[in-house]
Write a protein that binds this ligand. Structure first.
Ligand code: F3S
Length: 652
């Protein structure tokens, strides 16, 4: 049996970089480190990260006072903004090739192109790219999406970095000749292209291809598809334990490739198992069972040490300790069928089995399928989490113990917790449990109940939990609402801390409720009298008011008339003289008198004038000469009168 490993198999540059950045961040023990989603699509590598204390979160909204690592897929800009606003330390591990695709879509949009992304609609990388142009692009996954293309003259195309060249080519061919202008940016990562070409060539030469990588890894799934399409019998596995001898019976040549998120140590393990354990057996052994498989055996004989079972052409042995109880053995009769778990597929010609483990796995698999909540005792704390006894060894990663980061996990030892099974991999002897998902479900349910009980327009009590530059978060008895800075006060304020303090009790008005996204918008100023109403009662056009300049802009200056009411002095209303820029005459903080020249009730705007209070100056000689010339130009018609020319002077 010849085994050929593809040259470009395993971690790509971008994934390697992301792993290094995350591990580097975890070395600083001052802050917890979270990745936004799994850093890479490989459960074994993620497990390694967990063991280094790196936790996973789906949303920055759930993270406080920590380091957040943006994975190589990148994210939409609003997530980076939110992370920044929440004061998180951001480690941006977005792959530079993905960044290039993000920039290209922006350039295309700005240049007026209808943007098309060739990729998977739900892939995080594609969602991140879309976010850079406010989701204003069409994502084409396959031929069936082509009908969604709108009528446009200019199309610009970019591709998900792990897209196949064939898919991109198909899209381009479809559009060629149909549109006036087509700009194509082949943003497929070079590594991906190489890896895919190599896999296709290899698949062409061998009988069987083994593709290693996470089942949720898009690029690994694509590699498997390419190998299959190139004629090789293809098996997609995550780890060496999944290899089955039966795949290689009478096979001469085997090719191995791996996705960009597959660590090299997993590839090495696969190669090792194939060369050391399986190579010879493939031709010698007729009946082969895989480790951790559940098979059926027929009771043949009971001995003092255990029970012998018939497995067709092989014999199996179940040690006494591998039954759940003594009575389970006493009730056995020759010919009974038993479900057995393969502990060792071949020990001195016998298959070593366990009935106890088969039952435990079946139970766990059923509980997982049904999404059941189970109770289990925590037996010990291990690196990166806790171990629970569920008849098997269940692992609870540290990030799944609670919603918040738990400093000291040892406090849970000996406790019985409610848990949910979130991952079952019998082949890898791996059961992952979570307490956090239960707590989150409860929290979400509670939030929905609160959301149902609230009404837009209602005034409720809450506590200010956090002040940020753009507003304040207010706790409303189980759910937080956002009080945007513009809704805090009728006055213009620089920062929420001018009005509010963390921990303060406030009465706020519900302005909006988004049940789907569990978001509540709040208003504080709406609970206080609107100064505009007082203003319109007290003032009219032509009134003279005094106030302070609060801000100057290119087109004028804002003056505070009353607390919460500002008027605009347009640049043309500052003086009868020409003014080059507002700041030549007015500065923030100046106390001035102005005349109200306009009140717009609908838009709550006040127009003010300084020049209306200013005495008009006599026209300059130059202006007079200009007017005199104008009279002469009117000729002999006698239309212009002396008052037309010197009217200003007579007025004065
Ligand atoms: Fe980057 Fe290419 Fe890897 S885009 S993350 S180097 S597959």
């Amino acid at each position: 049996m010849e085994i050929i490993v593809a040259e470009n198999a395993g971690f790509c540059f971008g994934v390697n970089r992301a792993m290094d950045l995350a591990l580097e961040a975890s070395e600083d023990k001052d802050k917890a480190v979270y990745t936004l989603g799994p850093l890479i699509h490989n459960p074994q590598a993620v497990q390694k990260l967990t063991e280094s204390g790196i936790m996973e979160e789906e949303s920055v909204a759930n993270i406080t006072d920590s380091v957040v690592v943006i994975r190589s897929h990148g994210v939409p800009p609003d997530i980076l903004f939110e992370a920044d606003e929440r004061g998180l330390d951001i480690v941006d591990a977005t792959c530079p090739f993905v960044k290039r695709a993000q920039e290209k879509v922006q350039e295309l949009k700005e240049a007026g192109y209808e943007v098309i992304i060739s990729g998977d609609k739900n892939h995080p990388e594609v969602r991140g790219i879309l976010g850079h142009i406010d989701n204003q692009a069409i994502v084409i996954e396959d031929k069936s999406d082509l009908k969604e293309l709108p009528n446009a003259k200019k199309f610009g195309i970019v591709a998900q970095t792990t897209q196949t060249v064939d898919n991109l080519r198909e899209l381009v061919n479809h559009l060629l000749g149909k549109v006036k202008q087509l700009e194509i940016h082949n943003t497929i990562c070079n590594t991906t292209e190489k890896r895919q070409n190599e896999a296709a060539n290899l698949a062409d030469q061998v009988d069987v291809m083994i593709v290693i990588g996470g089942y949720n890894s898009a690029n690994t799934n694509r590699l498997a598809k390419i190998c299959q399409e190139n004629g090789a019998k293809t098996y997609h596995i995550e780890s060496a334990e999944e290899l089955k001898l039966s795949w290689f019976k009478n096979i001469k040549k085997i090719g191995i490739t791996a996705g960009a998120s597959t660590p090299n140590w997993i590839i090495k393990e696969v190669v090792k198992r194939m060369t050391e354990e399986m190579k010879d057996q493939t031709t010698e052994s007729e009946e082969v069972f895989a480790r951790n498989e559940i098979i059926t055996g027929v009771v043949k004989e009971e001995t003092e040490e255990g029970v012998l079972v018939d497995l067709d052409e092989k014999e199996g042995f179940i040690p006494l300790a591998e039954f759940e109880s003594e009575t389970a053995i006493e009730d056995l009769a020759t010919g009974d069928e038993l479900e057995c778990f393969v502990m060792n597929p071949d020990k001195e010609g016998q298959v070593i089995l366990s009935v106890k483990k088969a039952k435990a796995w079946r139970k766990v698999e059923e509980q997982y399928e049904n999404g059941e909540i189970i109770e289990a005792e925590i037996t010990k704390e291990v690196k990166g989490g806790l171990v629970a006894d569920i008849g098997l060894r269940g692992f609870i990663p540290a990030s799944h113990v609670a919603i918040e980061y738990v400093e000291d996990l040892s406090e849970f030892k000996g406790e019985t917790l409610e848990l949910k099974i979130i991952e079952v991999e019998r082949d890898n002897n791996n059961v992952v449990l979570s307490r956090r998902v239960i707590l989150e479900e409860e929290e979400s349910q509670k939030k929905q109940e609160i959301l149902e009980s609230l009404e837009i327009g209602e005034v409720v009590e809450g506590e200010v939990t956090k002040l940020v530059d753009f507003g304040a978060f207010v706790e409303l008895g189980g759910i937080e609402g956002l009080l945007h800075i513009s809704e805090i006060s009728w006055d213009r304020i620089e920062h929420p801390s001018v009005v509010l303090e963390e921990g303060e009790e406030v009465e706020v008005k519900i302005l909006d409720i988004n049940k789907e996204e569990e978001r509540i918008s709040l208003g504080l100023k709406q609970t206080q009298p609107d100064p505009w109403e007082k203003f319109v009662e007290a003032y009219s056009v032509e009134d003279i008011v005094e106030g302070k300049i609060t801000n100057t802009v290119e087109f004028g200056a804002f003056m505070e008339i009353e607390s919460g009411v500002e008027g605009l002095i347009h640049i043309s209303e500052i003086s009868h003289e020409h003014i080059a820029q507002v700041e030549d005459v007015l500065e923030t903080g100046d106390e001035v008198k102005a005349k109200i020249i306009n009140i717009d009730l609908d838009d709550k705007r006040v127009g003010l004038s300084l020049k209306e209070l200013e005495e008009k100056k006599p026209a300059s000689n130059q202006q007079r000469n200009k007017k005199s010339t104008a009279v002469q130009e009117k000729g002999e018609e006698g239309i212009a009168k002396i008052g037309d020319v010197f009217g200003d002077l007579f007025d004065e």
